[in-house]
Design a protein around this ligand. Structure first.
Ligand code: ATP
Length: 203
């Protein structure tokens, strides 16, 4: 089975692309969703977060996400500290998921891990190929503002923390262009067929 990464900057359309893979029957791991779940359920991670950020983060044992966000937002040191706690646990969880992505012991030809930070966290080491979603910055800003109901300044501030997009895309073996001219579905289909072919040769 091939282990495929799917990445791209904030608002590039990773989740949208991931949904097309899912429709094709490909198992998809969403690192963002998994990280949120792990912060709530992984006891080791919870105690590390409490140790560094205080017990107030988990009033009644439940994560107060808004409070945690208010502490780390705009503070690069605290963001880096939180990431250094959450990323290794999520990477381990994704690697475990990749061993049985369908949850039934039957391996598909390939499985996809969707994550904003693949190269930043070094998790490409656990992947065979990485697909990058290439979206013009103006569209990413516009779509993120609309989706999250936040200002352009806030979007730019969040984007600032991510790796340079050109560098990120240059490290991907497949690129999907998500602009207003290229259709997503044919591009995903073409990569899907390509990956099925590679997977059939590697077995
Ligand atoms: P993030 O990393 O910020 O969570 P993402 O890369 O997963 O973002 P999506 O959530 O898939 O990006 O897309 C961002 C927004 O842009 C969503 O509201 C999505 O519906 C919209 N969008 C993405 N691609 C397209 C497209 N081709 N046409 C129209 N809208 C799109």
């Amino acid at each position: 089975m091939l282990r495929i990464g799917l990445t791209g900057g904030m608002g590039s359309g990773k989740t949208t692309v991931a949904r097309i893979f899912e429709i094709l029957g490909v198992p998809v791991y969403n690192a963002d969703v998994a990280a949120k779940k792990l912060m709530q359920e992984d006891e080791g991670l919870k105690s590390a977060i409490i140790q560094h950020f205080g017990i107030e983060i988990y009033p009644d044992g439940k994560l107060n996400r808004g409070y945690l966000a208010s502490i780390v937002f705009g503070n690069p040191q605290k963001t880096a500290l939180l990431n250094s706690l959450v990323h290794p646990v999520t990477i381990r969880d994704a690697a475990a998921w990749m061993k049985d992505p369908c949850g039934n012991g039957i391996l598909p030809p390939y499985a996809v891990k969707e994550a904003a930070l693949i190269f930043e966290s070094g998790s490409e080491k656990n992947l065979d190929y990485v697909i990058g979603v290439d979206t013009p910055i103006a569209l990413r800003i516009e779509r993120s503002m609309k989706r999250d109901g936040i200002s352009k300044e806030e979007v730019l501030q969040r984007m600032d923390r991510q790796m340079d997009e050109t560098e990120k895309l240059s490290r991907c073996q497949f690129i999907i262009s998500n602009n207003e001219n290229d259709l997503l579905i044919p591009q995903v289909l073409s990569i899907h067929q390509h990956l099925l072919k590679i997977a059939s040769h590697t077995h």
